[in-house]
Write a protein that binds this ligand. Structure first.
Ligand code: FAD
Length: 497
């Protein structure tokens, strides 16, 4: 009987059927208004979460108790029956549920591998470093994903080389078929009205614009988005995965991070759909391997490292970056003061969509913060609040470890710092930018090119033993005009470039 299973409390990022043990299991859904009052989130993020929760409540009908309250504690006070909950996705929420006597906490769901799987894998490493590539291959073998017996499909584990091409020259768009877009309904209208009212009565403040809604909020929308991606865009996903075009916000990316992180899609079904596309001859192996790597490699890996590292990890600051994230960045360049085109276009995308693709996040937004020496905890908070797919578990390792090198190299072997030459090669931003990527000093000096050397010179001592930086550090010693570059960038500091 369904009732024997007890009422399942579903957090707002546990909305898919795989968080229930039986179709008719009773459910508790909580909408906590205080969750948005504490910090300035992107308005589309608030919209997405509220819309998803409210759609789920309507879908479940009498099967769910839907409690709208200021806090989780206030909501739970209204419930007088035992609850079960799948392990939540943050340390804070985990501590909270463990403190509740009436709540039984089950293992977490929503990832391809369990925390026990990762713990076993890590324990078997002995003194060897934890490496994403090794973890990824292990999962592929164990789960028989993209494997032909003991051989990786296509004969290689890694197609990164094929997948790192610059954008096609002379074209302002990649030419991939358009992404799937949702149609808003009356629940979206109601959410928008509520958010307007909350903003008017000053109880919450947001950044960015709200709408049109770009991401799936129901299971059926999420399945449509997945199906559309696999059918139309996956075949071209790989080649230009790292490329950027000012006229193409979405390139060939899947836009599935939001529904995945809301728990609407099971990542295994996403991987299986991609593999099926390769097996049926619809999508090439380089595209499919590249995509599968993002899900079972990066997504699961990030999740496990969040729990694996101690909780102090989030406060690490190995490069002693002390500057505050400036207002123009916090406000997503709402005033339009940024002239550097790569940065202004990336911030526009975040302002309008609550989303930017991976290379904009890593090599433009994160790279700039790293070069300027902004505090990694503030950068983490900014990413978390400003993106529709931002959650604590995925931010901490991506920002502290990967993007800001604040963990001293535990996650990435070298800092993701790059100058204008890289951006020029991988995008079309530089063509009509007032700055010149080849110039380091003077009014035309590209803030990324000059900023790169400023970053290296500030951190030369700290990075001296990093053999992957041996060459640029050697170059730095004899770089013409380096004193001038350092003075200039020090003066520019955190001003909008
Ligand atoms: P695609 O390019 O289509 O990739 C497919 C899927 O792979 C994504 O949907 C996502 O689920 C997964 N994925 C790929 N890379 C990563 C990664 N590094 N970590 C976790 N999952 C990954 N991803 C988030 O889901 N939420 C975040 O808040 C987030 N913040 C990031 C911050 C920084 C500084 C960086 C460098 C990366 C961040 N990412 C984050 C990872 C990645 O940029 C996004 O998952 C991706 O851009 C989402 O767009 P998509 O769904 O079209 O991805």
């Amino acid at each position: 009987m369904a009732d024997d299973l007890g009422r399942r409390w579903l957090f707002a990022d546990q909305l898919g059927p795989h968080f229930l043990d039986q179709l008719r299991q009773p459910v508790l859904l909580v909408e906590s208004r205080n969750a948005f009052a504490r910090r300035r989130f992107h308005r589309q993020k608030a919209h997405l979460v509220l819309s998803a929760l409210r759609h789920r409540a309507v879908e479940l009908g009498r099967q769910a108790r839907f409690v709208q309250a200021d806090t989780y504690t206030a909501a739970l006070a209204q419930i007088d029956e035992p609850l079960t909950v799948c392990g939540p996705t943050t340390h804070a929420a985990q501590r909270f549920v463990e403190r509740q006597e009436s709540v039984t906490v089950l293992p977490a769901r929503g990832f391809v591998t369990s925390r026990a799987d990762f713990a076993n894998w890590a324990a078997n490493r002995g003194r060897r470093r934890l490496l994403l590539e090794d973890f990824y291959r292990d999962v592929r073998v164990r789960r028989e994903i993209l494997m032909d017996g003991t051989t990786p499909a296509g004969g290689r584990w890694n197609f990164d080389h094929d997948n790192r091409q610059p954008p096609p020259r002379g074209s302002s768009r990649l030419g991939a078929p358009d992404p799937w877009w949702p149609e808003e309904d009356e629940i979206d209208v109601q959410v928008r009205d509520d958010l307007d009212r909350w903003e008017r009565d000053d109880s919450v403040g947001f950044v960015g614009s709200d709408g049109p809604r770009r991401f799936a909020v129901t299971r059926s929308e999420a399945l449509s988005a997945l199906q559309h991606f696999v059918e139309h865009r996956l075949p071209v996903f790989g080649a230009h995965e790292d490329a950027m075009l000012a006229g193409d916000d979405w390139m060939a990316h899947s836009l599935l991070s939001a529904p995945l992180n809301l728990g609407l899609l099971d990542p295994l079904e996403v991987v299986e759909a991609a593999e099926e596309s390769y097996r049926s001859g619809h999508a090439p192996i380089a595209a499919v391997e590249g995509f599968v790597r993002q899900i079972i490699g990066w997504r699961d890996w990030t999740w496990h490292l969040y729990w694996h590292f101690d909780q102090e990890y989030r406060t690490r600051n190995a490069l002693n970056a002390r500057r505050h994230v400036p207002d123009w960045f916090q406000d997503l360049d709402a005033e339009g003061n940024v002239q550097a085109r790569c940065l202004s276009e990336s911030l526009r995308g975040v302002r309008e969509n609550g989303w930017a693709h991976h290379i904009q996040r890593l090599m433009i937004l994160g790279n700039y913060a790293l070069q300027r020496g902004w505090r990694p905890d503030q950068v983490t908070d900014w990413f978390h609040r400003s993106f529709v797919d931002g959650y604590d578990w995925v931010m901490v390792t991506n920002v502290v470890g990967m993007s800001q090198h604040a963990d001293g190299g535990l996650l990435a072997t070298k800092p993701y710092a790059a100058g204008g030459a890289y951006i020029n090669k991988m995008s079309d931003y530089c063509g009509s930018c007032p700055y010149d990527p080849k110039v380091r000093v003077g009014p035309d000096a590209c803030p990324f090119s000059a900023g790169y050397w400023w970053f290296l010179s500030r951190n030369a001592e700290r990075l001296r033993d990093n053999h992957r930086l041996a060459r640029p550090l050697k170059q730095l010693e004899t770089l013409e005009g380096i004193e001038e570059v350092v003075l200039q960038e020090h003066d520019r500091g955190s001003e909008a470039p």
